[in-house]
Design a protein around this ligand. Structure first.
Ligand SMILES: N[C@H](CCC[C@H](N)C(=O)O)C(=O)O
Length: 310
């Protein structure tokens, strides 16, 4: 889609602008408060999510850098107004936007999960260093100890029993559980059991839920029910979580292509324990955030989970 306005306008003008983007169909809204404005309340975030013009899976809100050498302090919100410490697709989006505005190709962002370095080559080739995976049960976090988080036991009742045995769990800035299957990932009713697992008592901070089909040592297909957002066309951190979990189980090599409903991401787990995620970012349109917020002051119906397939 055509870029209608340069990013510099977004950064300098009042009233507050938003930019609607996507990373592999993962719907992202970017708002920049580095020159003032904000913070947003959870009800503001939900209002932006509920407006058809700005419906998103995650909202990336840029605040003034609080650590020297970083470009911004980034808060990440889900559609339900909850915060996530990590969003892979959204991180590619903000770097692409900033590349268009500044011409720079390297960025460092601070999130609640730490520092993220991003390298931009072109709109299809943006790499984020997502940091180190954490596999300890308390890091995920789980509410009870498991010695081996490659395969945990999760009591969930008699649904889709074959896949619900021995999933892997990992924290890649946010918590993930990955269920392994050799059937097509879209043959499961993830919209039905995703929320049950997201809110299972084993996950005190809730969890992102992924179905993964390891097709070869370098090809994995996934589908994800996102904590606080529901079914999405792509989840970058889920791709990272799945890739490193498959590698840890010795099912895959250290560099894989993870294909999501929205398309592929390349994930590499480096020898120095970093997860590198490479994929695209796209601008859809931009607009006036204040107009969206005032249009949504009236009570709106609750969100329904969505998966915007073509
Ligand atoms: N879509 C995002 C992840 C959002 C995670 C969020 N749902 C949570 O952890 O609460 C991504 O590309 O990584």
């Amino acid at each position: 889609m055509t870029v209608l306005h340069p990013y510099s306008r977004v950064m300098t003008s009042a009233p507050t602008r938003y930019v609607k983007m996507n990373g592999l169909g993962n719907e992202i809204v970017v708002v920049d408060f580095r020159r003032g404005g904000g913070p947003l309340k959870p009800q503001d975030v939900r209002a932006v999510a509920e407006n058809p013009a700005t419906g998103f899976d995650q909202m990336m809100v840029l605040h003034k850098a609080r650590t020297p050498g970083t470009d911004a302090f980034v808060l990440i919100f889900n559609t339900d107004g909850s915060e996530s410490a990590a969003c892979g697709n959204g991180t590619r989006c903000i770097a692409w936007l900033e590349h268009l505005g500044t011409g720079r190709s390297e960025f460092r962002y601070e999130t609640r999960a730490g520092l993220l370095d991003v390298g931009v080559k072109n709109s299809d080739d943006i790499t984020v260093d997502m940091g180190q995976p954490r596999f300890g049960w308390a890091d995920v976090p789980l509410s009870e100890p498991f010695h081996d988080t490659r395969a945990i036991e999760l009591q969930i009742g008699p649904i889709e029993a074959p896949i619900l045995h021995s999933p892997s769990v990992v924290n890649v800035g946010n918590p993930h559980v990955v269920f392994w299957t050799d059937k097509p990932v879209d043959s499961y009713d993830l919209a039905r059991f995703g929320p049950m697992i997201e809110n299972h008592p084993l996950f005190p901070e809730r969890v992102n839920v992924t179905l993964a089909d390891v097709q070869s040592r370098d090809t994995i297909r996934i589908r994800t029910w996102e904590r606080g957002a529901g079914l999405t066309r792509a989840c970058g951190t889920a791709a990272c979580a799945t890739a490193v979990s498959a590698m840890r189980k010795r099912l895959a090599d250290r560099k894989v292509t993870v294909t999501l409903p929205g398309g592929p991401l390349v994930i590499e787990w480096t020898a120095d324990d970093r997860i590198l995620m490479t994929g695209p970012a796209e601008i859809e349109h931009e607009g006036d955030l204040d107009a969206i917020l005032s249009a949504n002051r009236a009570p709106a119906p609750p969100l329904v989970p969505h998966e915007r397939l073509p």
